[in-house]
Design a binder for this molecule. Structure first.
Ligand code: NAD
Length: 276
């Protein structure tokens, strides 16, 4: 059982990744992302999830440097954007991310979306930065089973992580089981469905029952499913609230009620049908 904020998933190469991290999507570079990351670090988060496409890697890097926390206590994830996919361009994109983040390695480098006809070549670039020890682990995001099958059939290194949309309205149990079988850690993006799932009445009823907030119920549900989760907020009180999930437990019945909300409903695009 996951007991506290320092608990970490062991990835398929032995690297430890905190179960609970902090996402910075849609935060403006500069003060907004800087203050939010500073608040998260102060609260105790040690895992930060950004992407080249978020245009805030510089602010993340600055906040990490200013925190005074040793680099090796931080787990830093970033991602290669679609327009940079391909071998040489992904290598260049990686160098750009390191420069903006002000670091000489990342803990996890992800292919942001499975760009058709290009993600296998992009993976070659990730395998190279991994071999060079400039990424401690490499993985993918938004990959369906067929994308993973294609990647696995053409490469030696199994992705350490698949970061996908995950919340009670979108369980994708087949994908989760596939990842578990292959040793690919499942990671939730938009775990709170950007706030939408917090209004659902079962979620509210469970919040009342446990004397916790709706967000805490969902984050706890992620952890009990052994899904790495990275909720986002720019408000220090919510950043802290989202971390206070280790003093209660959802019963099997509670878990089943939340699982029962699955409707295959997405807030983001389907990875088989995106146009960016
Ligand atoms: P989220 O599901 O984490 O929801 C964040 C929103 O929920 C906030 O903006 C706020 O409106 C609300 N919220 C947060 N805490 C709350 C609280 N305690 N009480 C009430 N409301 C609260 O949304 P997200 O930012 O889309 O996803 C989290 C992270 O996942 C991102 O920041 C990013 O790092 C990652 N992500 C990755 C991808 C990808 O394609 N790989 C896509 C989307 C997001």
């Amino acid at each position: 059982m996951i007991q506290n904020m320092n608990d970490a998933a062991e990835l398929n190469n032995g690297v430890k990744m905190p179960w609970l991290g902090f996402g910075v999507y849609q935060m403006r570079d500069g003060a907004e992302v800087g203050e939010s990351v500073a608040a998260a670090l102060k609260t105790g988060y040690r895992s930060i999830d950004t992407a080249a496409a978020y245009n805030n890697e510089r602010g993340v890097g600055r906040a990490l440097a200013e925190s005074g926390i040793s680099r090796n206590e931080i787990f830093l994830t970033t991602k290669v954007w679609n327009s940079d996919q391909g071998y040489e361009s992904a290598l260049r994109a990686f160098d750009g991310s390191l420069e903006r983040l002000g670091t000489d390695y990342v803990d996890l480098y992800l292919i942001h979306w499975p760009v058709k006809g290009r993600f296998v070549q992009t993976w070659r670039a990730l395998e190279r930065v991994y071999a060079e020890k400039r990424a401690r682990a490499i993985g993918v995001s938004n990959f369906h089973i067929h994308h993973l099958e294609e990647l696995l059939s053409e490469s030696k290194i199994v992705p350490a992580v698949n970061q996908v949309e995950f919340h009670p309205f979108l369980l994708q149990s087949d994908l989760r089981a596939f990842c578990r079988d292959k040793g690919i850690q499942y990671e939730a993006w938009s775990p709170l469905m950007q706030g939408t799932v917090l209004r659902e009445k079962t979620v509210r009823r469970l919040a009342k029952k446990h004397g916790k907030s709706a967000a805490q119920i969902i984050i706890r549900w992620d952890l009990q499913h052994e899904v790495v989760t990275i909720p986002k907020s720019v408000h220090p009180e919510r950043i802290e609230e989202n971390s206070l999930v280790f003093d209660f437990e959802l019963s099997n019945e509670d878990m089943a009620l939340l699982d029962g909300l699955d409707a295959g409903k997405r807030i983001g695009p389907d990875p088989d049908n995106f146009n960016f």
